[in-house]
Design a protein around this ligand. Structure first.
Ligand SMILES: [Mg+2]
Length: 321
């Protein structure tokens, strides 16, 4: 059994890791790998390039990935578990605020935007989700992997959490793969076992994603240029989740290296790094990240407090701990 204090550090590590990866990754969002290499690897917070979705955000400020993760965490805390109706309401309300904010509006992808508009116009959560297999539900799902101690509960709730915005089988499988990976990382499982469990759970929803996740693990010793070219880095779940798991597997013992790899992958770098950071933090705990990243994160206390509340709710419900 993992001591309580070690678990608490894993919860904050997961959520802060996601936020830090997202905040650093936004600087390269939408850039090709070649452009990133020509500019040099990003290793700390800074402004995003002019013309990119996060160009008006401050250094250390995270994007929609972390915001959605926090909405999900708050819903779980408020309801003492995942409640699809409450989460759908909260994500619709959050989305309406985002879409009315001139700075943040451009951060939302087309799948989330469409789903939020549908939810706010009265479409039920069963029907509101996009059919595009993009990564929006995988990038926010970490709190479900933290809250539930039982992997069957992680899987079923992660799958359901995808539906209001992303109802395609690929997106659902992506949310399941990441949430299962988070729970396995909390449990200190070996890398190969984390990947195996993640694939097994995802394969119940989609055949292609687990194949590509396995490929990401097989590629872990290959150079990043070749690996990212083969895995892809677009905002589709079939690219983002395997590329994040490549970074996590390649640098299994070093959250700093894993996150820098993800931030500079190319393409959807904020989401790739958000997922990588969540996995690394769930495995190693918050203190495994460089102090400068923790200190420089905007809203650090807010994220920490939500992680702490999620931890308290999680241990109070479960005899597992
Ligand atoms: Mg984003």
């Amino acid at each position: 059994m993992i001591p309580s204090e070690a678990l608490r550090i894993k919860y904050s590590g997961c959520m802060l890791g996601a936020a830090m990866g997202d905040a650093m990754g936004k600087q390269n969002e939408g850039m090709s790998r070649e452009t990133i290499l020509s500019r040099g690897y990003v290793k700390d917070y800074g402004m995003a390039a002019s013309g990119s979705p996060g160009e008006k955000l401050r250094p250390g400020q995270y994007t929609d990935d972390t915001e959605q993760m926090l909405v999900l965490a708050r819903s779980i805390i408020d309801c003492s578990g995942f409640d699809i109706n409450d989460f759908s309401k909260k994500i619709a309300k959050w989305g309406a605020i985002m879409l009315s904010d001139p700075v943040k509006k451009s951060l939302l992808g087309p799948s989330s935007t469409g789903a939020i508009i549908r939810l706010n116009s009265g479409v039920r959560w069963e029907e509101s989700g996009s059919d595009t297999p993009s990564c929006g539900s995988a990038m926010r799902v970490a709190p479900i992997g933290l809250f539930y101690g039982d992997l069957d509960e992680v899987e079923s709730n992660a799958a359901l959490s995808s539906v209001p915005t992303h109802r395609s089988k690929g997106a659902i499988a992506g949310a399941v793969a990441v949430a299962a990976g988070i729970r396995c990382a909390v449990l200190d499982m070996e890398c190969s076992d984390i990947i195996r469990e993640s694939c097994k759970r995802a394969s119940r929803y989609d055949a292609s994603l687990p194949e590509k996740i396995e490929l990401s693990f097989e590629n872990r010793h290959r150079e990043p240029d070749m690996a990212f070219a083969q895995l892809g880095t677009s905002y589709m779940v079939y690219d983002v989740v395997p590329s994040a798991l490549y970074c996590f597997s390649k640098h299994f013992e070093s959250p700093e290296k894993a996150l820098i790899e993800a931030v500079n992958a190319g393409g959807d770098t904020d989401s790739i790094a958000c997922i990588t950071g969540a996995l690394c933090g769930a495995l190693h705990g918050v203190y495994a990240f460089p102090e400068r990243w923790i200190r420089g994160l905007e809203n650090k206390e807010l994220v920490e407090n939500i992680a702490a509340d999620l931890f308290e709710k999680s241990i109070s419900r479960s005899s597992y701990f």
